[in-house]
Design a protein around this ligand. Structure first.
Ligand SMILES: *[C@@H]1O[C@H](CO)[C@@H](O)[C@H](O)[C@H]1NC(C)=O
Ligand SMILES: *[C@@H]1O[C@H](CO)[C@@H](O)[C@H](O)[C@H]1NC(C)=O
Ligand SMILES: *[C@@H]1O[C@H](CO)[C@@H](O)[C@H](O)[C@H]1NC(C)=O
Ligand SMILES: *[C@@H]1O[C@H](CO)[C@@H](O)[C@H](O)[C@H]1NC(C)=O
Ligand SMILES: *[C@@H]1O[C@H](CO)[C@@H](O)[C@H](O)[C@H]1NC(C)=O
Ligand SMILES: *[C@@H]1O[C@H](CO)[C@@H](O)[C@H](O)[C@H]1NC(C)=O
Ligand SMILES: *[C@@H]1O[C@H](CO)[C@@H](O)[C@H](O)[C@H]1NC(C)=O
Ligand SMILES: *[C@@H]1O[C@H](CO)[C@@H](O)[C@H](O)[C@H]1NC(C)=O
Ligand SMILES: CC(=O)N[C@H]1CO[C@H](CO)[C@@H](O)[C@@H]1O
Length: 685
């Protein structure tokens, strides 16, 4: 053992001596560490925070551990050089990262770097070309920062193996360099939401393994290259939407035979749409709307009947005029919707289309599903501004500590709620990773799907701005329904709402791959749709319980009055802390007393109050509106229902988590109570 260590020691001194002999002061991994320490100085000085995850982790004293214990760093097994740097979203305080300055040129010394992920960390300044001198580079993620300047022209000069380039949502200007054609391994290029200008380089057609190309919402002008698509057999997703491209759409696009999504909307294309789209057997979504001089002729529409995968076709605001060809009746059975507003459609509409000219509600459902599957496709700030009349106060639905919620109508008439996060610099603590704080969390939330959870339709982040686009709930919150005099929920409606909420909690606690704790359950976070079905909203402080944990700790406080004792006192959250809040919610719904009232804060709690009054009978505590009955028997049924409910609520609010019911038992009990009430009322009627 000793011998081996000795040999290793000799070897490493030999390496150091070699490095010294060759004139370099640093050994290789010290050089890597030095480059990272340069980056750290920018980050730490800008955040001026000793709490930053890097502040005590990356230190000059620990350069020998760069590969083994620096957070965000991975190295090759044999050469022990840094191969991956991932600071994505790190140290995000509040919702907007501070300006952290340029990427230091020393990054170019990471000679074996393959993956550089500096996503959403507040980078400003330019992209140093030296990054692309690293010949091993495969993935660059610099999206959602405040980067300025141009896309370096040495792209893929040395870094020939570049496969994925994500630069969306920055302030990069100038043209897309012709050299992009030398990126022969490029599979994904995401350059949307920048002010890039100039035309689309012809050479992009040389990127023959390209799978996804996003150039949406830039200032690109000129024509599409006449051969575009001829040599892009792998292209699946292509978006040029929201530019100022003109001229005709080249038929060569239909040679990209694997296209699934094609967005050419909101440009200035003219001429006829080529009638060769029938080649696109994989095409699912075709958006050509918003090109007012584009001629959509019957032969093009007929050609689409060969696109066996087509689901969505939007031709609104083009120069289409006349009758839809009867052949469109032959569109495949998977076709889901057609949108042709502001087109002068005359004559008979083929029955298939008539059936699939969707109501906006049905379309939203389709759209939502699709949006949920499109990872990088986001709604732009401009779209949201249009949707809310410039965030007009008339559209304001509510305010909270997180920011504001607006009602909006998207260009396709979808009603949405837009939650705009305000900057909380200095206010949020480290522990407060909101749903943007951590990409895993955001991903998981996107994947949560239950009829009683509010759905995330899309997200929008750009410099200084973050928003969530959510399903719109026309009937507002449960809080409003309980306390406003214009509304009334009868006893069955209240039971149904509680059953809805408990079903959502059951899904969060037990139905998903990892348990999710909502942490802030209260009537203002329970929203009602057009049919008064309840949906839980606001996952701002939710927690995920990883790998078999039954609880976690947080410093974030929820709402006094609803928080379980162990949560309020020690910051311990578990599924049982949600059960406690649910118990309080049940009490509130049936007593119409708000646990945050002053009288509850000073004197006895909601739970103590209910505990004291339960033995005295329902008339002492229940919402009197629920006891207005026609007959004594009716009263008896309601009385027994409400007292069972309160007993259940008290079991949810046991002092120790262990003694509380699990949510699936609560749900089963609620259902039983409801069916008992139904039976009683029937028998007596
Ligand atoms: C850095 O943080 C990681 C985990 O976050 C830890 O495993 C490691 O020991 C820390 N390294 C140092 C040098 O403090
Ligand atoms: C990057 O590569 C280019 C082209 O080989 C070269 O001219 C330039 O000096 C390199 N820059 C650095 C900092 O190595
Ligand atoms: C691609 O690289 C080759 C060799 O370095 C060079 O001759 C050519 O001009 C480059 N093409 C583009 C479009 O920059
Ligand atoms: C790359 O693009 C240029 C310009 O379109 C073309 O002349 C050249 O032949 C292409 N190279 C390859 C390898 O396809
Ligand atoms: C592109 O597709 C058209 C038919 O749409 C075909 O005539 C042409 O040969 C194709 N070109 C290439 C380069 O594949
Ligand atoms: C397209 O726009 C450019 C300016 O960006 C203009 O010079 C050109 O004439 C236009 N072409 C067509 C076909 O409209
Ligand atoms: C629909 O397709 C069938 C079978 O291919 C064909 O016979 C029929 O003419 C088509 N209908 C129209 C209106 O094009
Ligand atoms: C994100 O959250 C998940 C689940 O809470 C956790 O496992 C993961 O380590 C977090 N990632 C970062 C970068 O903080
Ligand atoms: C009482 C009330 O406002 N009910 C509304 C719930 O939402 C639906 C759909 O928007 C409306 O039709 C109801 O009037």
């Amino acid at each position: 053992m000793l011998l081996i260590q000795h040999c290793l020691f000799l070897l490493s001194t030999a390496a150091a001596a070699l490095a010294a002999a060759s004139g370099s002061y640093y050994s290789n991994d010290e050089r890597d560490a030095a480059a990272l320490l340069q980056l750290k100085t920018h980050i730490i000085s800008a955040t001026s925070s000793s709490d930053h995850p890097l502040s005590r982790n990356w230190t000059a004293a620990a350069t020998a551990q760069v590969c083994s214990s620096w957070v965000g760093v991975s190295c090759g097994h044999r050469h022990r050089r840094v191969t991956s740097l991932n600071l994505a979203n790190m140290g995000l305080q509040g919702t907007l990262p501070p300006h952290i300055g340029d990427i230091p040129v020393e990054i170019g010394n990471l000679k074996r770097l393959q993956k550089l992920k500096l996503w959403h960390i507040g980078l400003s300044g330019v992209i140093p070309p030296v990054i692309f001198n690293i010949s091993t580079l495969r993935m660059v993620v610099l999206s959602e920062n405040r980067l300025l300047g141009i896309l370096p022209h040495n792209l893929c000069y040395h870094a020939r193996g570049l496969e994925e380039l994500y630069l969306h949502e920055n302030q990069l200007h100038g043209g897309i360099p012709a050299r992009i054609g030398n990126c022969t391994n490029l599979q994904i290029a995401s350059l949307s939401y920048n002010p890039f200008s100039g035309s689309i380089p012809v050479t992009i057609g040389n990127c023959s393994v390209l799978r996804e190309l996003y150039l949406a919402d830039n200032y690109l002008t000129g024509n599409l290259p006449p051969t575009f698509g001829s040599h892009l057999p792998n292209l699946e997703w292509l978006s040029f939407a929201g530019n100022n491209l003109n001229g005709s759409i080249p038929p060569s696009i239909s040679n990209a035979s694997n296209l699934e999504l094609l967005e050419l909307s909101i440009n200035s294309f003219s001429g006829c749409v080529p009638n060769t789209f029938g080649n696109l057997q994989m095409l699912q979504s075709l958006y050509i709307w918003g090109n007012s001089n584009l001629v959509v002729d019957p032969s093009f529409l007929t050609s689409l009947t060969s696109c066996k995968s087509l689901k969505i076709l939007e031709i609104s605001d083009t120069s289409f005029e006349g009758a839809l060809p009867p052949s469109m009746g032959n569109l495949s059975s998977s076709f889901q919707y057609f949108l042709g507003s502001n087109c002068k459609i005359q004559g008979n509409i083929p029955v298939t289309i008539r059936r699939r000219k969707k109501s906006s509600e049905e379309r939203n459902k389709v759209k939502e599903e699709l949006l949920a599957s499109l990872t990088w496709r986001r709604i732009s700030l401009l779209e949201l501004q249009r949707a809310t009349n410039g965030f007009d106060d008339c559209n304001l639905l509510g305010k909270g500590s997180f920011g504001r919620v607006y009602k909006g109508v998207l260009a396709d008439d979808t009603n949405v709620a837009i939650k705009v996060f305000s900057e909380l610099e200095g206010e949020a603590d480290d522990d407060d990773d909101d749903i943007f704080g951590n990409d895993t969390e955001c991903e998981v939330l996107r994947n949560l799907r239950h009829r009683n959870l509010i759905k995330i339709i899309s997200t929008c982040y750009t410099t200084g701005f973050k928003a969530l686009v959510l399903e719109f709930m026309p009937n507002g919150s449960l809080h409003k329904w309980l306390y406003s005099h214009n509304y009334f929920l009868d006893i069955f409606k209240r039971l149904d709402i509680l059953i809805d909420v408990a079903s959502a909690l059951e899904y969060l606690h037990q139905g998903y791959s990892i348990p999710v704790v909502h942490c802030d359950l209260k009537p203002s976070n329970v929203l009602l749709d057009g049919d008064l079905v309840a949906h839980i909203a606001d996952f701002g402080i939710s927690k995920f319980l990883g790998s078999g944990d039954s609880m976690t700790r947080t410093l974030t406080l929820a709402t006094i009055g609803y928080m379980a004792p162990e949560f309020g006192m020690d910051g311990i959250v578990s599924t049982k802390s949600d059960v406690y809040s649910f118990g309080i919610l049940v009490m509130e719904v049936f007593t119409r007393r708000n646990p945050t009232e002053e009288s509850f804060q000073e004197g006895m709690s909601m739970k103590q109050w209910v505990t004291t009054l339960v033995p005295e009978g329902v008339t002492k505590y229940a919402d009197a509106n629920l006891l207005n009955c026609n007959s004594n028997r009716d009263f008896k049924s309601r009385e027994s229902c409400i007292s069972s409910i309160m007993k259940l609520a008290l079991e949810c609010c046991a002092d120790t988590p262990r003694d509380r019911l699990a949510i699936n038992d609560v749900l089963a009990n609620l259902r039983k109570i409801k069916s008992q009430l139904q039976q009683d009322l029937c028998r007596r009627a």
